[in-house]
Write a protein that binds this ligand. Structure first.
Ligand SMILES: [Zn+2]
Ligand SMILES: [Zn+2]
Length: 138
């Protein structure tokens, strides 16, 4: 992947993405719903070292277990960093369409707004992420 930069909505904070994403998906968990105010969240996981921040101030807060970092000026959600995984989950809302290519949905058993598309809908998570690997049919 070519190194890419994405900005928060106000343009004060810039994310530098220097490595290819390791996974891209939509998450339907309560955490993502509570934090984003949406029915599900588009996420691209990058190696943590491949996501750096420059520019304005950021603010990091933890709702339950995952610290999430926002622009301190406009509040745009930039990324979450689930403890112990070595990844940063960048909000898919920030990524250009040619970069954000979600391959599946996770935590679908808790979804409030099922999405009928051609992607696999995992009940919790794929086996590669430590989940049961079961899919549900929407
Ligand atoms: Zn901002
Ligand atoms: Zn989630």
């Amino acid at each position: 992947m070519q190194p890419t930069t994405v900005d928060c909505r106000c343009g004060k904070v810039r994310l530098h993405l220097s490595e290819a994403p390791v996974a891209q998906f939509y998450c339907h968990c309560e955490d993502c719903r509570a934090v984003t105010g949406g029915a599900y969240a588009p996420l691209a996981l990058f190696p943590a070292g491949g996501v750096t921040v420059s520019g304005g101030d950021t603010a990091t807060s933890t709702y339950r277990t995952t610290p999430r970092t926002r622009c301190a000026h406009c509040g745009t959600l930039l990324f979450g960093e689930p403890p112990g995984m070595g990844v940063r989950g960048v909000s898919g809302f920030l990524l250009p369409a040619e970069l954000f290519k979600p391959a599946f949905h996770i935590h679908c058993q808790r979804a409030v707004a099922p999405v009928k598309d051609g992607l696999p809908h995992f009940k919790d998570m794929p086996a590669a992420f430590g989940g049961c690997d079961e899919v549900i049919g929407w």
